[in-house]
Ligand binder design. Sequence first.
Ligand SMILES: Nc1ncnc2c1ncn2[C@@H]1O[C@H](COP(=O)(O)OP(=O)(O)OP(=O)(O)O)[C@@H](O)[C@H]1O
Ligand SMILES: [Mg+2]
Length: 287
Amino acid sequence: MPTVTSIINLKGGVGKTTLTIALAHFLAIEHHKRVLVIDLDPQTNATVCLIPENEWKQRDETGRTLYQFFADQVKGTRRFNVDEAIVRDVSNIGGGVRGLDLLPSSLRLIKVQDRVTQLTDFENYERGPIFAMRDALGEFLPYYDHVLIDCPPSLGIITLNGLAISDSYLIPVVPDLLSVLGIPPILDRVDHFGMATRRNIRALGIIISKMRAQTLLHNEMQRRLREDFVDRRFPPVFQTIIPESTRIAEAANVLAPVHTLQQKYGTGGPYEDLSELTREYLANVAR
Ligand SMILES: Nc1ncnc2c1ncn2[C@@H]1O[C@H](COP(=O)(O)OP(=O)(O)OP(=O)(O)O)[C@@H](O)[C@H]1O
Ligand SMILES: [Mg+2]
């Protein structure tokens, strides 16, 4: 079975999607892993980082995105077909990366999410489609080595569907005060969900992202994060830090034709950091 990891933070804009996409690329290309990215965010950012927007649109209109999956849950229909919805060999590197697949999201998830929420019992999760995704993906997951789930900045019913198939989760943070304060509520809520559903969902670690090394604040917060890890039983903080870098932001453009990871992310910093992060991720998963 694959390692299934959700990338979570209740805070927006901390680099969840960017890290998901980078890890997926490095795992597939540098480590020859079979990787599935599941985009659970109605913003569809991971989706449009991996396939062109017009392709997404066509798929969305023909029931081949996660909108149809959740709509089926609400309407009691069975139109969604996982095999048809998975987009294979995605990315702008070399016209597509072998073994890098995507289960695309949809802007229409926003609307359907409210209706799925109404069906759900959030106290003990005994009612509502919490395990719908686990059931639907069951036979496809063993094909992959790694499944990475890009979550929206919330722990609503859609994120919980992702957690229900996850072995572990990663918390990207920008090293500033509000981001650090946001960590304990995430740990508590994932713990609660894990206990209520009798799953062990391991906090693999905190990843410092969008770091501005020249600022006092970011340095101070980085230090605090590492110390709080000891004092307050935070999950470990990854040694590798992802700097704020224009090249990393630009790598989101799936329409730019490139041939290598070095071209996509830029050498002399970003490429090396992301490569190191991926090695650290693999080491943490194996522990
Ligand atoms: N290391 C980085 N250097 C520079 N820009 C970055 C970096 N990481 C992310 N960004 C940019 O910051 C913005 C937010 O990043 P991203 O979309 O990955 O965050 P997110 O946590 O997924 O946000 P959301 O909560 O909205 O899903 C994007 O414009 C992205 O390009
Ligand atoms: Mg995102």
